[in-house]
Design a binder for this molecule. Structure first.
Ligand code: IPE
Ligand code: IPE
Ligand code: MG
Length: 256
């Protein structure tokens, strides 16, 4: 029997909205870009901690479809940091046997970044030590529009029939097609919003909001988020009694 404080297993898929780099810098009298540099360093720490904690899927919101609206010099710095991160992380990805992938429209990323992304994705395609996903130029609404366009093309070409469309089929057109839905979505910096991140996939996710800014979010904070997750009961529309009749690990959405 599990105790009420730990009623379920660790999450299979953790997604993080890494927010608060700018405020971290401002609080120290530093330019926003200094916050992004510190934040990029912290990504490495959390990737390692997450692997140590046995999280099989880690998805990090690194750049939203709306972040292009920021000042050009900030966007340029973010792209530079991303390129550096990918070069430095290649060894770590190999060492940990991680599969690297992205969600979002990477065709709009600068050519050098895109090349590095494609190289890292290809090199790690057969790894099975866990999946690290960066959400880049990602927005849920854009993802849905893209999925609907692709689906409409298949209908026009006679490859799909709207009469038989179900969620499983439509979700296979999303960027996350072969990934499980996130079990736990963490947002740092004290903001309590989802900002266009995994809106559909997070339909039954547990949300955890942390007051710390991203550069300060460490291994202990991740462990605290996992503890909070384990103490919750995911019901998927059912009653608590129905679930307790089944088993203690409610990691995934029942299919029927
Ligand atoms: C998150 O930190 C990084 C990105 C969105 C790329 P922010 O840059 O949003 O930091 P705040 O929210 O302004 O403090
Ligand atoms: C969400 O943070 C995007 C990323 C963390 C990459 P934002 O800072 O862009 O979100 P808003 O503008 O506060 O909603
Ligand atoms: Mg922000």
């Amino acid at each position: 029997m599990s105790t009420p404080a730990e009623s379920q297993c660790n999450p299979v898929h953790v997604a993080i909205i890494m927010d608060g780099n700018g405020r971290w810098a401002k609080a120290r009298g530093l330019p926003r870009n200094a916050g992004h540099r510190q934040g990029a360093g912290n990504v490495r720490e959390i990737v390692r901690a997450s692997a140590d904690l046995g999280i099989r899927y880690l998805t990090l919101y690194a750049f939203s479809s709306e972040n292009w609206k920021r000042p050009k010099e900030e966007v340029d710095e973010l792209m530079k940091l991303l390129a550096r991160f990918l070069k430095e992380q290649a060894k770590e990805i190999r060492k940990q046997g991680l599969r690297f992938r992205t969600i979002g429209d990477i065709s709009a990323m600068p050519a050098d970044v895109r090349e590095l992304l494609e190289k890292t994705i290809a090199e790690s395609a057969n790894n099975n030590g866990g999946t690290l996903t960066l959400a880049l130029n990602y927005g849920s609404r854009q993802e849905l529009l893209n999925a609907v366009k692709l689906y409409a093309e298949d209908v026009q070409a006679g490859r799909a029939r709207p009469e038989t469309l179900d969620w499983q089929t439509l979700s296979s057109y999303l960027y996350t097609a072969d990934m499980p839905d996130p079990d736990l979505v963490i947002r740092t910096s004290g903001e309590r919003r989802v900002s266009n991140f995994l809106l559909l996939q997070g339909a039954y996710a547990e949300y955890y909001f942390c007051e710390k800014n991203w550069p300060e979010f460490g291994r202990a904070d991740l462990e605290e988020a996992l503890r909070s997750y384990r103490a919750r009961e995911r019901r998927y529309g059912m009653t608590g009694e129905q679930l307790r009749e089944k088993d203690n690990c409610q990691d995934s959405l029942p299919t029927s």
